[in-house]
Every structure is written in C-alpha cells, then in structure tokens.
Design a protein around this ligand. Structure first.
Ligand code: ADP
Length: 185
C-alpha cells in the first residue's frame, strides 16, 4: 500500500507500508538508542541489511557523541542498503507525555532532515520512531511526525524533495494516510 501527498511547493510526502530497508532513498532514518549500540526492531533490521560498516562507523564516533540525547541524530554511510546515508536518531522513551516527549520526537525528525540537507539528499525515509520498544503511543506519535515533516518541507527544505514514512503494518499505514489526507497545507 502506498499514498503520495504533493505539497503546493512541489515537494511531497509518501506513505508506504513495508520494510524500510527495502525502499531506495538518499537518506534512511533509523530509530537508534542513545549509545548507538544497535538493538532490535528497525535498528536491528537496518544493521542486518546494511552490514558491518554501519556499526564500524558508529564505533569510531561513539566516544565523542554518545550517549546522544533524545531528539538527536548522527549520520553514517549506508553499507549495502539502498541509500547513501543512514541517519541514526534517538527517540524519546515514552514516560506519559509530560516529560518533553513530543518536542524530543519532533526534534528527531527535524535533526534527520537537517543532516540530510547538509548532505544534499533529495529523499529521506523514516520509520515510526519511538513507537516500538520505546512505547510512544502510535496515535500520538503520528501527528507529531507528520507535523514536524510538513513544517520542515514547507519552510526550511532546499535539497529534500520527498519524505517517505515507512510503516510496518496496515494499521499504522492507515493512521498516517488518514492524517495526511486531512492535513491542511
Ligand atoms: P523504538 O525503540 O524507537 O521504539 P523500534 O524499532 O522498537 O524503535 O520501533 C519503531 C517502529 O519501527 C515500530 O513502529 C516498528 O513496528 C517499526 N519497524 C520495525 N521494523 C521495521 C522495518 N523493518 N521497517 C519499518 N519499520 C519497522
């Protein structure tokens, strides 16, 4: 399943149901952890599909950047993935929503887009950051993710023309598709 929403400045948002490691883009965002140490979920899938070079690059920068605060991100090459870069973002752990989680989650999306712009990327894909092991309720995360991306694409974007939300499962896909259908821009 897939849906494309054009914005009136020529940029677009795509929503795709599937495995993020299989969708070609310039920059693929990853839901990493503060130590950039690899894990399960989408992080595990990205490292498995990308191969050891991703972790080698993270190992080399860990001492100077980790632990990364929630909302932060770092970029590496993409190894065997169909991308030029992987941008490893650290989402907030859900603690009820009153501890800055929405701001930190929005910051993940913004930071990834900023790093993608620095690398002159045209397309960037995102998983639903924080909505797995980190426990952020999916229905609360979706409007934050879409809002941050819409805002960036309508104001700051230069090289980035397309953002792809890759959702794992039909339910998440429908949530994003419905929100994008109703978003005003
Ligand atoms: P976090 O620790 O940030 O919560 P997770 O990896 O546990 O990260 O989950 C984030 C989201 O990624 C979840 O919604 C999960 O369903 C989804 N996900 C897991 N594997 C993939 C994949 N291969 N492609 C896209 N999304 C994935």
């Amino acid at each position: 399943m897939e849906l494309t929403r054009p914005l009136n400045n020529g940029r677009r948002i795509r929503v795709v149901e599937g495995d993020i490691t299989r969708i070609p883009v310039d920059a693929m965002a990853n839901a990493a952890n503060a130590m950039l140490a690899g894990g399960g979920g989408v992080d595990g899938a990205i490292h498995r599909a990308g191969g050891p070079s991703l972790m080698e690059e993270l190992d080399a920068m860990r001492a100077s950047v980790a632990p990364l605060a929630a909302g932060g991100a770092v970029a590496t090459g993409a190894g065997a993935l169909p991308a030029k870069f992987v941008i490893h973002a650290v989402g907030p752990v859900w603690g009820g929503g009153e501890e800055g989680e929405p701001e930190e989650l929005a910051s993940c999306y913004r930071e990834c887009l900023r790093l993608a712009e620095e690398r002159e990327c045209r397309s960037v894909s995102f998983p639903a950051i924080s909505t797995g092991v980190y426990g952020y309720p999916k229905q609360k995360a979706a409007p934050v993710a879409i809002g941050a991306v819409l805002d960036f694409l309508s104001t700051e974007a230069r090289s980035v023309e397309e953002v792809v939300f890759v959702l794992f499962g039909a339910e998440d896909f429908r949530e994003y598709a419905a929100l994008l259908g109703s978003a005003l821009y």
